[in-house]
Structures are given as C-alpha cells and as structure tokens.
Ligand binder design. Structure first.
Ligand code: MF3
Ligand code: CO
Length: 258
C-alpha cells in the first residue's frame, strides 16, 4: 500500500460507499450463516460469488494483485487470504474466518468475521474470538475526528495484548471507499509516529488479526497467498469499515437489511 496523502471522501461519494459497505455486510452475514460441517471452502467461495452478484456487485478481491478467489476463507491456523478448495471440508469446531469485499458502482465494501463451525467454540476459541472483537471495538472507539491513526493502532494493541494474544503486524487495516486499499494504512499495533489526523470523510477498514500464540505469520510458499501462524496456533479476524465523523466513528458494515 503506498503511503500517500490520506483520502477524504466527499458527500457525493459517501452514499455509494454506504451502499457498497451494506452489500458487503449483507453478504458476510449470509455467508456466515452458510458455514457448517460438510461444506467445502470452495462451495463457500462460490456461494459468496453468487451472493455478491445478487447485490449487483462484483468481488473486490478477485483479480486484485492476482488474487484468484472471490472471498478469503481462512481456517484455524490460517490467518487471512485463504483460497477456497473443493477438497477442504469444514469439520465441527473449525474456526472459519471470512473476509468479503464487494465492488458496486465504483465503490468498495470490505468486512470480515470469524465463526466457529457447527458447535459452540471451546473456551480457548471463545476467548480468542472475543479478544479480537474487543480489539476491533477498541480501535473503533478510538477512531474519532481529531485523534490520529496511531490512536486506533495503540487502542487495538492495548486491548488485544492485555488478553495475552499475539497481534499480527505484517498485515494492516486501510483506507477504503473508491479503491480497496487507500491511504492511510491502519496498523494494529502502536507506531512511533502518530500518523495522519482523523478527519470527517475518512473511511477506514479496521481489521485486527489475532493469534492465540505469537504474532508471527508465514505466507504459503506454493499459493503465495494463504497466511498462517508461524507456530500453528489458531487465529481470528474481525473487520469493519467506519466513517470518521466529528464525533464517534460510524460503522458502515453493520448489516441492516437482514
Ligand atoms: N480485507 C483484506 C484486505 O483488505 C482482504 C484483501 S484480499 C485480496 O486487505 F485478495 F484482495 F488481497
Ligand atoms: Co480490508
């Protein structure tokens, strides 16, 4: 992601971004509902393609830097960017991270969530899921006009590390709206510099990736996409797109229509 001037979206762009964000939220909600034991990750990817088409949009990920699938489906120790496969069958208790990006009329919606397949999560899985959700909530709470990007980063890190988990450093959140990745980057751990000042009209995708073990990750040497924890411990990922306003950030990816 280039580090350039932050993108401020105008009142003319915001309605389109809202619609794309809602489409991404609706698709993610429906896709989470389709996660169950016996389903292959390729079937989920194909369903995602169909659900996105139903919104009138296309996948914002397919073809992005050569990404070959519609959506990112990452199981257990896979952190992000997993690619659906016909032979990868979901079993009860799998942690399934789904990341959905929709492009609609030139605007982008992007959001992610981790769910447990078929059965209740174990206490260990539940604490990983809730730590990641809380990290995202802490980041969103810090995303107020007048604060700086680093206030978000620090808030996520403090929230997650007090729970004793590893926060992934190699992948970050980002501006989003008319392109999938816009300036600024939004790291999930504190930086030396305070970063850009948050201003009304900025749209940020905040997306902590949290590992039950260390923060270290490795990229699959063969598919060049799937990111896994280096120690094999499970990982979770939650992402919302928020609009910076004068006051509290507005979450654009709450599904309103289901
Ligand atoms: N939510 C992720 C991101 O914003 C998904 C990107 S997947 C890619 O970076 F395939 F598009 F790279
Ligand atoms: Co994103």
């Amino acid at each position: 992601m280039p580090s350039r001037q932050v993108v401020i979206h105008t009142g003319r762009e915001l309605p389109g971004i809202r619609v794309a964000a809602q489409a991404a939220a609706l698709v993610l909600e429906q896709l989470c509902g389709a996660v169950r034991p016996g389903v292959s990750t390729l079937e989920l990817d194909q369903l995602d393609g169909k659900l996105i088409a139903d919104t009138g949009g296309t996948s914002a990920f397919h073809g992005y830097l050569g990404y070959p699938a519609q959506t990112c489906i990452s199981l257990n120790e896979e952190v992000v960017h997993g690619i659906g496969q016909a032979t990868r069958i979901i079993v009860p208790g799998d942690l399934v991270s789904l990341d959905v990006g929709v492009q609609l009329d030139g605007f982008i919606g992007d959001n992610a969530r981790t769910v447990c397949a078929g059965i209740e999560p174990t206490p260990e899985q539940e604490s990983l899921l809730s730590a990641t959700r809380e990290g995202l909530a802490a980041g969103i709470a810090a995303a107020q006009g007048g604060n700086y990007v680093n206030d978000i980063s620090r808030a996520v890190e403090e929230s997650v590390s007090k729970n004793g988990f590893g926060i992934v450093r190699d992948f970050v959140g980002h501006g989003c709206g008319t392109k999938l990745h816009e300036a600024p980057e939004v790291p999930n751990f504190a930086q030396r510099a305070r970063g850009a000042r948050l201003q009304p009209g900025m749209v940020l995708a905040i997306e902590p990736m949290v590992n039950a073990g260390t923060h270290r990750v490795v990229v699959d040497p063969i598919d060049k996409w799937t990111v896994r924890t280096a120690d094999g411990a499970p990982s979770a990922h939650f992402e919302h797109m928020v609009l910076i306003t004068k006051d509290n950030a507005e979450i654009l990816t709450w599904p309103k229509t289901v």
